[in-house]
Design a protein around this ligand. Structure first.
Ligand SMILES: Nc1ncnc2c1ncn2[C@@H]1O[C@H](COP(=O)(O)OP(=O)(O)OP(=O)(O)O)[C@@H](O)[C@H]1O
Length: 237
């Protein structure tokens, strides 16, 4: 199964991706986390893993990626993914599509196109799960990355802008006939009375995440992730 995690900037996409990845790996699934956010540095830290070469670097850099996109030979199975782009712990792996590193290096579109082709090519087996952590906003819908996954996890935090964006994501997912799960993250007591949407899963505000982030520690899996996984499975059945 391929699952994409999206939402407004800072709503907790990487935190939820990391928690879900760790939870599923502990349950015995083979998990591949694909970092498709061209600017996000936090995901590897949250998993307690170190960074590796990106897929774009492995292919020879951005210029090379543009050429390869016309005729890509990309992995179809987990086994075909080059070891040097994977950071691993037991049955949990993480890889990155490509990062913006230099001022004036141009837009991230080639990385978006590469992410789409990579996800289209990769066909996970029954006990294999691919989790895609996207960049903030809805650019990935425009790029068609969402069309390559089975379920979308739409994350919002309790502020008007984040909830409005999640409603837009819900509308786009419905238009494209995509299965989706709505998660309200960083929820504070009584916040549900103040918002006009009903989340599938509510993840509470957890002060420990702030300290863990400052201390460079990996995230601990909250109990609500089990509920999230049950709903994902149900929506995908
Ligand atoms: N449930 C939570 N309670 C408290 N803090 C949280 C919670 N979830 C995430 N955070 C914190 O919010 C911040 C942003 O989280 P995260 O990096 O996961 O968001 P993101 O949506 O991936 O961000 P970006 O859009 O920059 O990629 C981090 O400091 C993280 O520790």
């Amino acid at each position: 199964m391929k699952i994409l995690i999206c939402g407004k900037g800072g709503c907790g996409k990487s935190t939820i991706t990391a928690m879900l990845g760790k939870y599923l790996a502990n349950r015995g699934y083979r998990v591949l986390i694909v970092d498709a956010d061209e600017s996000n540095p936090g995901l590897y830290r949250m998993l307690g893993l170190s960074k590796t070469k990106t897929l774009a670097e492995y292919l020879g850099g951005k210029k090379q990626v543009k050429a390869i996109l016309n005729n890509p030979e990309l992995p179809k199975t987990f086994e075909e993914i080059p070891e040097e782009i994977l950071s691993k712990r037991e049955n949990l792996s993480v890889m990155s599509i490509g990062k913006i590193e230099e001022p004036g290096e141009g837009c991230a579109c080639p990385y978006g196109a590469l992410a789409k082709k990579f996800l289209k090519s990769l066909q996970p087996k029954k006990e294999e799960i691919v989790l895609v952590d996207t960049e903030a906003g809805i650019e990935h819908f425009g790029r068609g990355i969402d069309l390559e996954v089975d379920v979308i996890v739409n994350v919002a935090e309790p502020n008007l802008e984040s909830i409005e964006l999640s409603k837009k994501i819900e509308g786009l997912a419905e238009k494209a006939d995509l299965k989706h799960v709505f998660v309200l993250n960083k929820a504070l007591p009584e916040v549900l009375d103040k918002i006009n949407v009903k989340p599938d899963v509510v993840i509470p505000f957890n002060q420990k995440f702030i300290y863990d982030s400052l201390d460079g520690k990996e995230v601990e899996v909250l109990p609500q992730i089990e509920e999230l996984w049950e709903i994902i499975k149900y929506r995908n059945s």
